[in-house]
Design a protein around this ligand. Structure first.
Ligand code: NAD
Length: 288
C-alpha cells in the first residue's frame, strides 16, 4: 500500500487528479471547501476529510491544487495545517514563483519541504494521466515525489523551487496570446467569407498551428460548448504572473502586457465563471 497523501483542492483539476492517485493505490484523504467536491472524492474511493486538519494529519505528502498563491499561503498558514517535520508539500496550483520561494523558505524553518509542480493539459489530460508537469525544487526532494507524479503525467525538472511556477505562467501567457490572435484571425476570415473549419485545417498544417488551432477552437469554440474546464479568470491570473515576472527581471514584454489588458477587459465583461475559451464571445461582442 502506497503512502498516505493529503490532497487539498478538489476542483476541475484536483478531482480527476486525486481520483487517479486513488486508483494507483494511494490512501488519499482530500479536502475542499465545497461539500460536493469532497463527496466526489469519496465516490471515487478516497477519504473525504472533515476539515484541513483531518486531511493533513499523518500525511507524508500534501498535494495542493488551489486557485492561486493567496489561497496556497492561507492554507499553509492555517492553524489546522499541522504536519510533521519531513513532510513534503507539492504545490501543483499555478502559483506565483517568488511567493513560492518565500513560502518554501518559511516552511523549511519548520522542517517541511515545499516543491512546485504545476501542470498543463487541462481537465481531459488530468483524467487520462497525461498532464505535462513542470517541477521546481532540489533534485533529491523532487525524486521523492516523482513516483506519485508519474500517475498524473510526465514530469520535467525546470530548476530550483519556484521554477515550475515561472515556466507555467510564461507558458500560459504564450497560450493565451495565441488564442486571442487565432480568434482575431478566424473572425476576420469568417467576415471575408472563409469557413473556420477550412482555416483551422490549413493553419494546422502551416506555421500558425498551436494548441488553440489543434484543440481549443475545434473542441470547445466551434461546437459552442465553451467547456474546456479552465476559467478565464485563472488564465488572466497566470498572464499577470508572467508579465509581473518579466517586469521584475527587466525583460521586454510589450505584447504580453497588451494581451493581458485585453483579457482583463474580457474578464470584466464576462460572468465570473466564464471559461477561458469564451474570450471569443467577448471578441465578437466587442466588435459588433
Ligand atoms: P477550480 O476553481 O475548479 O478548483 C479549485 C478548488 O479549490 C475549488 O474546488 C475550491 O472550492 C477549492 N478551494 C478554494 N479555496 C480553498 C481552500 N481554502 N481550502 C480548500 N479548498 C479550496 O480550479 P481548477 O481549474 O481545478 O484549477 C486549480 C489550479 O490549477 C489553478 O491554480 C489553475 O490555474 C491551475 N490549472 C488549471 C487548469 C484547468 O484546465 N482547469 C489547467 C492547468 C492548471
Amino acid at each position: 500500500m502506497a503512502e498516505p497523501v493529503a490532497f487539498i483542492g478538489l476542483g476541475n483539476m484536483g478531482a480527476p487528479m486525486s481520483a487517479r492517485l486513488v486508483r494507483a493505490g494511494y490512501r488519499v484523504r482530500g479536502f475542499d471547501l465545497s461539500p460536493d467536491a469532497r463527496q466526489a472524492l469519496a465516490d471515487a474511493g478516497g477519504t473525504a476529510a472533515r476539515d484541513l486538519a483531518d486531511a493533513v494529519r499523518g500525511a507524508s505528502v500534501v498535494v495542493l491544487m488551489l486557485p492561486n498563491s493567496a489561497v496556497v499561503a492561507a492554507t499553509v498558514h492555517d492553524g489546522q495545517f499541522v504536519v510533521e517535520p519531513g513532510t513534503i508539500v507539492v504545490d501543483m496550483s499555478s502559483s506565483e514563483p517568488l511567493r513560492t520561494r518565500a513560502l518554501a523558505a518559511e516552511l523549511a524553518d519548520r522542517g517541511v519541504t515545499l516543491v512546485d509542480a504545476p501542470v498543463s493539459g487541462g481537465v481531459s489530460r488530468a483524467r487520462s494521466g497525461e498532464l505535462t508537469i513542470m517541477t521546481g525544487g532540489e533534485p533529491a526532494d523532487l525524486a521523492r515525489v516523482e513516483p506519485l507524479l508519474a500517475h498524473l503525467g510526465t514530469t520535467t525538472r525546470a530548476g530550483a523551487v519556484g521554477s515550475g511556477h515561472a515556466v507555467k505562467a510564461l507558458n500560459n501567457l504564450v497560450s493565451a496570446t495565441h488564442l486571442l490572435v487565432t480568434s482575431e484571425a478566424i473572425l476576420a476570415g469568417e467576415r471575408f467569407g472563409l469557413d473556420p473549419r477550412t482555416m483551422l485545417s490549413i493553419f494546422n498544417s502551416s506555421s500558425g498551428r498551436s494548441g488553440s488551432t489543434e484543440n481549443k477552437w475545434p473542441n470547445f469554440i466551434l461546437p459552442g460548448t465553451y467547456d474546456s474546464g479552465f476559467g478565464l479568470r485563472l488564465m488572466l491570473k497566470d498572464m499577470r504572473i508572467a508579465t509581473g515576472l518579466a517586469d521584475q527581471v527587466g525583460a521586454p514584454d510589450p505584447l504580453g502586457h497588451a494581451a493581458t489588458e485585453l483579457w482583463a477587459r474580457a474578464a470584466e465583461a464576462l460572468e465570473d465563471a466564464a471559461d477561458h475559451t469564451e474570450i471569443v464571445t467577448w471578441l465578437r461582442k466587442d466588435r459588433s
